[in-house]
Design a protein around this ligand. Structure first.
Ligand SMILES: NC(=O)C1=CN([C@@H]2O[C@H](COP(=O)(O)OP(=O)(O)OC[C@H]3O[C@@H](n4cnc5c(N)ncnc54)[C@H](OP(=O)(O)O)[C@@H]3O)[C@@H](O)[C@H]2O)C=CC1
Ligand SMILES: O=C(O)C1=N[C@H](C(=O)O)C[C@H](O)C1
Length: 270
């Protein structure tokens, strides 16, 4: 089979650069185009040079329409508004759209389901094997431990991150809620400040730390009066997520249009 032609959108971003490197290092795919927004200082620069993996002959452009028409898939770690626009274009082009973008407001990603009638969308707040396995373990633990165990999700990321709680933290909270058989929306406490009152049994709490260059740390704590269980994941290298995204694109290349998760790609979905 011929190499999968992949467009990297947000190609000059932290993840964009990691994605260009990951595609270049993978067999079975190549970077066919690199996109940044109109007016970006990176337009015209070579995507490989930006990513530190040598000249690729792929200049960064803002013409997503032309790039998608000549591609088999798109790797997208940008921002929710941008990802919605890219999903529309991916649906028109009937290609694969891997979405790692986080920071979605409640219901904001619903149009993605419509786009998935024509595109093959893989969306996940975390593209690593470890976190997706952790989510399965959290679900299992939440099911096994009764409501005497309070559930708290703690995350820390680098100082540049703009959304909170992280997409991964919300994914882990969702897994815990599923295990408990409750709705996360109705039971989540996403921040605490001031005289909050005592903890309500059944809440799923979130705590966010930001600082330095931390790639991504997540813990789910199950705390009772007599014991505490902590399940944790530490990402050591951003390249981990990029490699996962390339794996997802190659997996989805063979699939029918639809809305998939990283758990589907990794064979972890139930
Ligand atoms: N699912 C996962 O495994 C992971 C998800 N992420 C998520 O990926 C996203 C990006 O993270 P990160 O790389 O650190 O962020 P960056 O800000 O470094 O990169 C985002 C890039 O997208 C560009 N961009 C935004 N809007 C558009 C647009 N409309 N058209 C073209 N380019 C656009 C930005 O350009 P500009 O600067 O001009 O806005 C920037 O270059 C975040 O939501 C983050 O949480 C991160 C790591 C792993
Ligand atoms: O912004 C990041 O960097 C990361 N974002 C994702 C998230 O919001 O969970 C995944 C990873 O932890 C890194």
């Amino acid at each position: 089979m011929s190499e999968m032609r992949l467009v990297v959108v947000g190609a000059a971003g932290r993840m964009g650069r990691a994605l260009v490197r990951a595609v270049t290092e993978s067999s079975g795919a190549r970077v066919s185009a690199a996109i940044e927004r109109e007016g970006s200082e990176f337009l015209g620069k070579d995507a490989g040079e930006l990513a530190g993996c040598g000249e690729l002959g792929v200049p960064v452009t803002s013409d997503a329409l032309t790039a998608f028409a000549a591609a088999d898939g798109v790797l997208d770690f940008t921002a929710p508004k941008a990802s919605l626009w890219f999903a529309e274009l991916a649906a028109q082009a009937r290609i694969v759209h891997v979405i790692g973008t986080t920071g979605w407001a409640q219901g904001e990603d619903e149009p993605l389901l419509a786009a998935a009638r024509h595109a093959r969308i893989v969306k996940s707040g975390n593209m690593s094997l470890g976190v997706n396995l952790l989510a399965a373990l959290v679900k299992q633990a939440a099911k096994a431990l009764d409501a005497d165990f309070d559930i708290e999700v703690l995350e820390m990321h680098h100082k540049h991150k703009v959304d909170a709680p992280s997409g991964t933290a919300l994914m882990l909270g969702e897994a815990a809620a599923k295990g408990r058989g409750i709705s996360l929306e109705e039971h989540s406490v996403r921040a605490r400040d001031g005289i909050t009152g005592a903890r309500t049994q059944g809440d799923i709490g979130f705590a966010t730390l930001r600082g330095g260059s931390v790639i991504g740390e997540h813990s789910v704590i199950f705390a009772s009066d007599s014991e505490r269980l902590t399940l944790s994941h530490h990402a050591e290298d951003r390249q981990l997520f990029a490699k996962g995204a390339v794996k997802a694109a190659l997996w989805a290349f063979e699939k029918k249009p639809g809305f998939y998760s990283m758990a589907d790609v990794l064979g972890l979905s139930d």
